[in-house]
Write a protein that binds this ligand. Structure first.
Ligand SMILES: [Zn+2]
Length: 119
């Protein structure tokens, strides 16, 4: 049994939680000005990180609140848990989405692990 530490409720069984995808994916400032490709990248392109990854979780059978977690995707070690709107504790790497935001994806390298067609 794996315990997740909800910021509101404390340690609980992982079966009480649901995964919500990559954390820190900001809504575009001017969504109406995005190209179809940029909008598709916002909606569907997510990183598939090997190692530390910032992700969202919801305590669905507890307080029903969303929070962020830094988890190692290889070892499943939970490095940090923090509330929505907060930044990860110092010493941990910046959220992958924040790093990617400053470097737009090149078409050929957009997401080599994504095999979906017709964006
Ligand atoms: Zn909770």
């Amino acid at each position: 049994m794996l315990l997740f530490s909800c910021p509101n409720c404390g340690p609980r069984n992982e079966t009480e939680f649901h995964y919500g995808g990559q954390a820190h994916v900001a809504y575009p400032d001017q969504p109406g000005e995005l190209s179809d490709r940029e909008w598709a990248e916002y909606l569907f392109y997510r990183q598939n990180t090997k190692g530390l990854f910032a992700e969202r979780w919801v305590h669905s059978t507890g307080c029903r609140k969303w929070f962020n977690m830094i988890r190692d995707t290889v070892s499943y070690d939970i490095q940090a848990v923090y509330r929505m709107g907060e930044q990860p504790p110092e010493g941990l790497t910046a959220p992958p989405a924040a790093q990617a935001k400053s470097q737009p994806l090149a078409p050929a390298e957009a997401n080599p692990t994504n095999t979906s067609e017709g964006v």
